[in-house]
Design a protein around this ligand. Structure first.
Ligand SMILES: Nc1ncnc2c1ncn2[C@@H]1O[C@H](COP(=O)(O)OP(=O)(O)OP(=O)(O)O)[C@@H](O)[C@H]1O
Ligand SMILES: [Mg+2]
Length: 408
């Protein structure tokens, strides 16, 4: 349509009055169509020219933003916005020519109603040239409330699982204590048959069960209490090298070949070394437990987009999908002497670091835990260059293992 109008404008002097009338009608109709589309949108749009003066405002923008009364066209964009915070934000962005996406503002309306607006400021581009700015706004109140409701439901569900886990865990030691107290009572009733050795054995069992209860309570508190995490910019590769160096002997003794496969251009991330070490150690120990006959353990780091990816890969016994679905639940264990709290803590620590964790596994083939951490803007240039790239072609192949399989 635009090309047609451009061609017509070039020939304007040669057009007769009827043709000019048609051209104007076409233009008006195109303009009307655009207005209808813009006014039917639920997102608000305000556009300004290169001098930051308003050239367009759709109905949703009038509804969402408190605008000054009267004609707003040709006025400076920030001057037509009544809310002081938004107005100042817009002025600063336009002055600095920053593109800002999804900045949230809370507006209090009449009757104490609050609304959350997400505002973006984008360049208005025509034929590859910036011709002004677009202020795009969205009412995300409903979305935020839904998320909050979901979070509440999730935390209630995890509390239920956790409490059920604790109840299940304490049932056995309590039962055992009860039985041994009854045995002692029976012995004491029948004075003649009191044997000091037997009472000693029973008391020992009771003592062990009390210890077990104590450990359950301590683990429980550790799992539910907010962690006192203090992340600072740190070198993940350095931590991995230290940790794997420390574990080297134990791994060798268990017949496990360990490969530390680190990319040397890894940016630093925000981490609390103590907690991060604990999380990785828990996963390395799990991998060791999964390879009772020995095997191969690969610990890799890579940069992928804005994230650092850490993988812990073993070729041990693996897991069924049923087990895989439960491993982050507190007290879930398939090991005789496992407490089932290791991965619950790993999950919590990784989340506290703003990271993510997923797992792929195949019974009889092994397991890959993948952790991702955001790279802070200031960490982009802090690259680990203390060591060369220790990758080998064989290890890269391992890196791709099960890339396409189901993740949990
Ligand atoms: N690398 C792995 N390979 C196979 N199974 C695994 C692996 N890592 C975890 N699992 C499974 O997940 C379960 C839960 O792991 P988690 O670390 O939470 O507890 P645990 O190792 O059993 O006990 P602990 O609390 O002492 O660490 C394990 O019992 C095991 O079944
Ligand atoms: Mg464990």
């Amino acid at each position: 349509m635009r090309k047609f109008i451009q061609r017509a404008l070039n020939k304007l002097s040669k057009l007769d009055s009827q043709q000019i009338q048609h051209l104007i009608m076409d233009l008006a109709s195109e303009n009307e169509n655009l207005e209808i589309v813009l006014d039917s949108m639920t997102d608000g749009v305000l556009a300004a020219d290169t001098e930051d003066r308003v050239i367009l405002c759709n109905k949703a923008a009038e509804r969402l933003l408190p605008l000054v009364p009267g004609d707003i066209y040709d006025r400076l964009l920030w001057e037509v916005i009544e809310d002081l915070d938004i107005s100042q934000f817009v002025q600063t962005c336009l002055r600095t020519q920053d593109t800002v996406e999804d900045r949230e503002f809370t507006l209090s309306g009449p009757g104490g109603n609050t609304r959350i607006l997400s505002i973006s400021i984008l360049p208005l581009v025509q034929a590859g040239k910036v011709q002004g700015s677009i202020l795009h706004m969205q009412d995300i109140s409903e979305k935020r409330w839904r998320e909050a409701r979901l979070r509440r439901a999730e935390s209630l569900a995890s509390l239920t699982t956790l409490t059920a886990g604790v109840a299940h865990e304490i049932k056995n030691p309590l039962g055992s204590i009860g039985i041994h107290i009854q045995l002692i009572q029976r012995m004491l009733k029948n004075n003649k048959s009191v044997k000091e050795d037997d009472i000693g054995t029973y008391l020992e069992v009771i003592n062990e069960e009390v210890d077990r209860l104590n450990r359950i309570v301590v683990d429980f508190l550790f799992a539910v209490r907010p962690m006192d995490i203090h992340p600072v910019v740190g070198c993940l590769n350095c931590l991995l090298r230290d940790l794997m160096g420390f574990m080297q002997y134990e791994l060798e003794q268990a017949g496990i070949q360990s490969v530390v496969d680190l990319e040397d251009s890894i940016p630093h991330i925000m981490m609390d070394e103590k907690f991060m070490k604990q999380a990785i150690l828990n996963m390395v120990k799990n991998a060791m437990n999964a390879m009772p006959e020995g095997g191969r353990l690969v610990v890799s780091s890579r940069k992928k987009g804005d994230e650092v990816i850490l993988r812990i890969i073993d070729d041990g016994i693996g897991m069924s999908s049923e087990v895989m679905g439960k491993i982050f639940e507190p007290y879930f264990t398939t090991r005789d002497f496992g407490s089932g709290i290791g991965l619950t803590l790993v999950y919590k620590i990784i989340k506290e670091h703003g990271g993510d964790i997923s797992v792929v596994s195949q019974e009889g083939r092994g397991t890959t835990f993948t952790l991702s951490f955001p790279v802070p803007q200031s960490g982009q240039h802090l690259i680990d260059s203390t060591h060369g790239d220790s990758r080998s072609p064989g290890d890269s192949a391992q890196w791709e293992v099960w890339e396409n399989e189901d993740e949990v």
